[in-house]
Design a protein. Sequence first.
Length: 344
Amino acid sequence: MRFTGERVLLLLVAVGVCVALLPARTASRAAEAEERKVRVGLVFDVGGRGDKSFNDAAYLGLVRAEKELGVEAAFLEPAATEDREAGLRLFAAQGMDLVIGVGFIFSSDVDAVAADYPGVRFACVDYAPGPRGIVGMPTNVLALVFREEEGSFLVGAAAGQLSKSKVVGFVGGAISPLIKKFEAGYAAGVRAVCPDCSLRVGYIGSTPDAFKDPAKGKAIAISQASAGADIIYHAAGASGRGVFEGAKESGALAVGVDTDQHDEMPGTVVTSMVKRMDVTVFEAIQSVMNDRFEAGMHVFGLRERGLDWVHEGPHATGVPERVRDQVEALRADIVAGTLQVPTQ
């Protein structure tokens, strides 16, 4: 086909216009994407925001995503157990880009709501698979799971060395497979450094309300101290405040959980087992922003830096260097795989 000079000129002008429009359209789409904020809804566990433990750790991740990623964040605090599913459904119906349930208690609720809203992405902290196991998980659920026994092992090894009476205590919230992992890891850590030490164990209850009963937590801590325990570790959520009070009144030391709880009772809380839920929640939100959301089980342990213990800085002045060195050597063994921590 032959083109005259006029036709060639017109063709070049047309192509030039199209080429000129491409950057403008690309820029327009980028602007649209920038204007549309990723929306995230988080439903708290029992104890709610301000528990200085489990819920607050997850909340820190949400706040960080709001500040650093510019997401639009919202949260709900269920007034009752049955409100958990309602909260999840509310956020899902609003078309949130990610709906997060905080706590293993949410597992079945997340499964139910996720099945009804296959186009919405969900995340559940401490997710526990249902009767069918992992194969029964909805394909739009991200499970954030931790090897709590590994972090508990570290503070158990610290407690075993710090104990002068060779009696240590553990206070759990609700009796459940999850909290039993804390107990098992802690007991194993104590035994690793102090085979002669004995362990006093107490649980606050068998329902979610056990995580918000500081009065009973205090009573158990006082009872354990009366039986000789001079250092007490709790995995009891907001009930842990009562454990700290009971330890202080009895002259015992205490070990915090989930976050650095030193400021809850300075002089009594000697260290804490830290679960980096703030990091995992933040990264889950970030994965949605980057279109890299991957449903399924995601497990975090010492190797993945999902757990730690407070052993450095001003909040660890009660941990002598010899104790820190031995615990860190045990951490290295766990990370290397030469030391397996029991879960029961």
